[in-house]
Design a binder for this molecule. Sequence first.
Ligand SMILES: C[S@@+](CC[C@H](N)C(=O)[O-])C[C@H]1O[C@@H](n2cnc3c(N)ncnc32)[C@H](O)[C@@H]1O
Length: 372
Amino acid sequence: MYRAIATCAFGLESVLSFELRRLNAQNIETDDGRVKFDADDNMIAEANIWLRTAERVLISVGEFPAPTFDALFDGVKALPWGEFVDRNDAFPVKGFSLKSTLTSIPACQSIVKKAMVERLKIDHNTEFLPERGSTKRIRFSITKDICTIMLDTTGDGLHKRGYRPLLNEAPIKETLAAGLADLARIRSDSHVADPFCGSGTLLIESAQRAAGIAPGLNRRFAAEEYDFLGKELFDTVRAEAREKIDRGVSFRARGFDIDPSAVEIARANAKRAGVEEFITFEVADARKFIPLDDEIILANPPYGERLLDAASSDKLMADFGKQLNGKKYKGLYIISPSENFEKMFGSKANRRRKLYNGMINCQLFMYFDNGR
Ligand SMILES: C[S@@+](CC[C@H](N)C(=O)[O-])C[C@H]1O[C@@H](n2cnc3c(N)ncnc32)[C@H](O)[C@@H]1O
């Protein structure tokens, strides 16, 4: 049994903890930007393959107060490194510090590394660690002087699902898109639209969720190379996940974008993600968008910061708001960094939620049943 940690964007912790509950994880504990849980080998593989909103799944090797470099060194050296890192393994160290006495990341990194070397020499009864075998990526976090030392099981971040090699401008991260689909309660029988679909991420994540397609089916994970977890375990969990796909669902989605090249990219991405049969994409102007009565609208419109200047994006939201005014739809979930969004859009959201879109502080504005 391990104590595992799944990291996520700030604001998505409760969504991630529900995902873990659905996986039957035990002892779930929610913190800023991460959720801890108990995991056996199988749960580590399941978490990597199934979690839609997590960025990374790590094994906690230890946690201790580290207000000084000495405490950091001693704390790291006291951990049973020989159980995790073989005598030939490479073990690069990365980390961050937040609201803590120790602030120099390079200094902390080299102390963690030195302490690991000291301990590994003892555990493997050797004077020389060649670091030429498989790579065990070590991460540390120091928050309010408490250091957590972790072994990464994921490798490339979990947002890298493998279906989006072509980048259009300002795409939303797959993990955040999955979070929006969760908050919008997309189900296997939902009808969904995205009038500003760009590369199609919100609809692709919604469709995968609806059809029970695990987000990590078509990628590899760092722990597949680890002797104590391994490829066979991941292959078994992937095979079980394939059995759970249900292509018979009545989920359908419509994506629109004013930019023809975005629409092309979205189609190619949906095909790669194995959800093309559920989604249609068309070139269209969101200012003329007509929702279906039972449609849930998801939207990540252009922001002042990136694609349009602030005045044009405000005007676009005002026009979009007028276009939707009086029309029937099931729900609208629109993410925006603008404090003025509701004023521009022309109506108050039923609920709002703070979320980070990359480094941009945003809110998800939620309208239920046309705001009625
Ligand atoms: C922030 S991006 C959306 C990114 C998308 N969520 C993704 O995952 O790639 C905003 C998109 O709105 C589109 N757009 C801008 N003005 C539009 C309009 N009037 N009607 C429809 N789409 C528009 C842009 O072409 C761009 O693709």
